[in-house]
Write a protein that binds this ligand. Structure first.
Ligand code: ADP
Ligand code: MG
Length: 392
């Protein structure tokens, strides 16, 4: 939402004028390639989206903090000292949990505030509206209190808010991408060390099309744990040959080929192959994008999906159908599932002239083959969290 529209929305809710009103924005995110690699010591490669969560915020004199969202009806007005004393189970747990983490770092609010959120990210679709609302809150509170806004620290404390206060166990990628993303760039991130590099990703005439399968993700937790322990087993086999190997993703594809005879269990070998080759694909993607070679990047996206389907076995009919149909459209450079799998979204790189056809034809074929109404979000790569200043 534009800054002046957000100001109008805020004023119609809380009254007063736009003087001393500040507007902040944090994007959603999508992982472009590098799936099921983070817990194996490899790279993820997310990008911030052009749409996200906007927050309009203004100090108030009576020491109360008021929360409202244009997306959800629940509102609350709490005294400063009440913040974080009891979980509500409502959406305000996300911004309040973020404040609880700021307080642990010794940063308290010195006045009351009115906050109005407006989210453009569909909730619960895997595009990380939760990280977006956490990160925009942390950035806004720090800015309003005149404190330093270190985006890596903001990502870390937002992740803690989600893990500890909200109680959802998630890795650091989402908050990191939402905080540190940059327009026309993807983020090469090592989740363990938080070492990262911004890689040019000029999509030009191409758009990211995110296709939501709308399939409920029932299996994801149990299969996730199963894959993690399979990777541990594969690592143990390889460590007999490579004693200094700490993580599966640190192995090169040619090393795995050399030791593949050690695997009596075909399934473990398939899992290891996915991890080692997917990590190599991330690094190849960095080279391709640095050379502005979107075609090669699209091929790597395709290979990633096929590996997740055949070797890692975390896809499902709905994701496969969405990807198959996407690849039939002229102008699609690549398509793959994104996220943990068993449902959720796919991401495709599609020429802007083909986007309309893509949405119509993929949507129709998907419905015919699965009975489900998919949903499509078209966007470019946006900026990480920031204050909307000159923007209208
Ligand atoms: P995802 O992060 O994939 O979108 P989650 O279930 O992790 O899904 O987070 C969604 C939740 O985050 C919502 O149900 C709501 O509680 C909160 N949330 C996100 N954006 C907003 C918003 N703009 N206004 C209010 N609550 C929001
Ligand atoms: Mg989330």
């Amino acid at each position: 939402m534009k800054k002046n529209e957000m100001e109008q929305l805020f004023i119609s809710k809380f009254g007063g004028s736009s003087e001393s009103l500040h507007v902040f924005n944090a994007p959603g995110r999508v992982n472009l390639i590098g799936e099921h690699i983070d817990y194996n010591g490899g790279y993820v490669f997310p990008a911030a989206l052009e749409f996200g969560t906007t927050l309009a915020i203004r100090k108030r004199a009576d020491g109360k903090v008021s929360f409202a969202s244009s997306n959800l009806p629940y509102t609350a007005e709490l005294k400063l000292e009440e913040l974080g004393t009891s979980k509500t189970g409502e959406w305000i747990d996300y911004p309040i949990g973020t404040y609880v983490e700021l307080k642990k770092l010794g940063i308290s609010l010195t006045s009351g505030y009115d906050l109005l959120f407006h989210g453009e990210i569909p909730n619960g679709s895997g595009l990380s509206s939760s990280a977006s609302i956490e990160v925009v809150t942390a950035f806004a509170f720090l800015s309003m209190e005149g404190k330093e806004t270190n985006k890596v620290e903001i990502a870390r404390l937002s992740q803690r808010a989600e893990n500890q206060y909200v109680g959802v166990n998630s890795g650091i990628m989402d908050q990191f991408a939402v905080a540190n993303g940059a327009q026309d760039h993807a983020i090469l991130l090592m989740c363990d060390t938080l070492e990262y590099k911004l890689v040019p990703f000029r999509t030009g005439a191409y758009k990211l099309v995110i296709s939501n399968t709308k399939k409920r993700r029932g299996l994801v937790d149990s299969k996730y744990n199963e894959r993690r322990s399979e990777c541990d087993e594969a690592l143990a086999i390889l460590q007999k040959r490579e004693p200094s190997l700490e993580f599966l993703a640190h192995l090169k594809p040619e090393q795995l080929e050399q030791w593949q005879g050690d695997f009596s269990n075909e399934v473990l070998l398939k899992r290891a192959k996915h991890v080692v080759e997917e990590n190599a694909r991330v690094l190849k993607s960095v080279d391709a994008l640095s050379a502005n070679d979107l075609k090669t990047f699209g091929e790597l996206m395709n290979a990633s999906h096929d590996s997740l389907r055949d070797l890692y076995e975390v896809s499902c009919l709905e994701l496969d159908v969405m990807v198959e149909e996407a690849r039939k459209i002229d102008g699609t450079l690549g398509a793959r599932m994104t996220g943990a799998g068993f449902g959720g979204c796919t991401v495709s790189l599609v020429h802007e002239d083909s986007v309309e056809r893509f949405v119509a034809e993929v949507g129709q074929a998907y419905k015919e083959r699965t009975g489900l109404d998919g949903e499509f979000y078209v966007c470019g790569v946006g900026d990480g969290v920031h204050e909307m200043k000159g923007e209208k």
